[in-house]
Design a protein around this ligand. Structure first.
Ligand code: COA
Length: 198
């Protein structure tokens, strides 16, 4: 039995954990990081903290097992993060740790200089999303349900389009987005930006 529900502040740990355990092109990336929160600081937690109304969770009898997070307005969200999210993390990670792995260092660099989504992409597809499900929830239509609910709310708010970035190594993820109506827009080799107009 899977329910979809709104985010609550005590769901933050689940956002971090699901993000980390799906971060290697859909597989568990725990072994790559000495700091288990680093990847979630970028791709999951800020959505719960800064725009909780844009988070939808999937929960089963074992707990929260998947999420879709995002924003309707990518530049406005980036500006909010500069005010409300990055400063504390930049202070926390200011001094390099000898324990940091290559992946840790890459994410700290991303905290110091966050990725800017391409302007021409954002002009046509101002919203963006991330979605991750624990393995036990995959392949049962839950991702489709989460996406449909998020898209319905975006459409009702007058959002003209949604984009996302996927690792090209994540063939299952790219197949899901393609099947769900997203098309490839910019291919950087390691990742692909995809978009869908509403
Ligand atoms: C990608 C993901 C969000 C899809 O959610 P899901 O609930 O598993 O997908 P659904 O069951 O709704 O699948 C809908 C359709 O997408 C396609 N699809 C989904 N997962 C797929 C996969 N791994 N390989 C190929 N096609 C896939 C299928 O066409 C499927 O339709 P079908 O079941 O009739 O064949 C989920 O599998 C997931 O979280 N994976 C790990 C994290 C991840 O890769 N996130 C995306 C990062 S870009």
């Amino acid at each position: 039995m899977v329910i979809l529900r709104a985010y609550r502040p005590d769901d933050l740990d689940a956002l971090y954990d699901i993000c980390l355990t799906t971060a290697d092109a859909g597989k568990d990336a725990s072994a790559d990081y000495s700091d288990p929160q680093l990847v979630g600081h970028i791709y999951a937690a800020p959505y719960g903290v800064v725009e909780p109304e844009r988070v939808i969770l999937a929960e089963d009898e074992m707990g929260v097992a998947g999420y879709i997070v995002g924003t309707f307005d990518t530049p406005a969200f980036a500006a909010k993060l500069e005010q409300q999210w990055w400063p504390a993390l930049r202070a926390r990670y200011a001094a390099p740790s000898p324990d940091w792995t290559a992946a840790d260092r890459q994410r700290v660099a991303g905290i110091k200089a966050p990725e800017v989504h391409p302007a021409d992409l954002v002009a046509t597809y101002p919203a963006h999303i991330h979605m991750n499900l624990r393995a036990r929830l995959r392949g049962q239509g839950v991702g489709t349900q989460l996406l449909q609910r998020w898209v319905a709310e975006a459409r009702a708010a007058g959002v003209p389009g949604i984009h996302l970035g996927a690792s090209t190594a994540n063939t299952g993820g790219v197949a899901f987005w393609t099947r769900s109506g997203f098309g490839p827009l910019i291919d950087t080799g390691r990742s692909v930006w995809m978009g869908m107009t509403l």
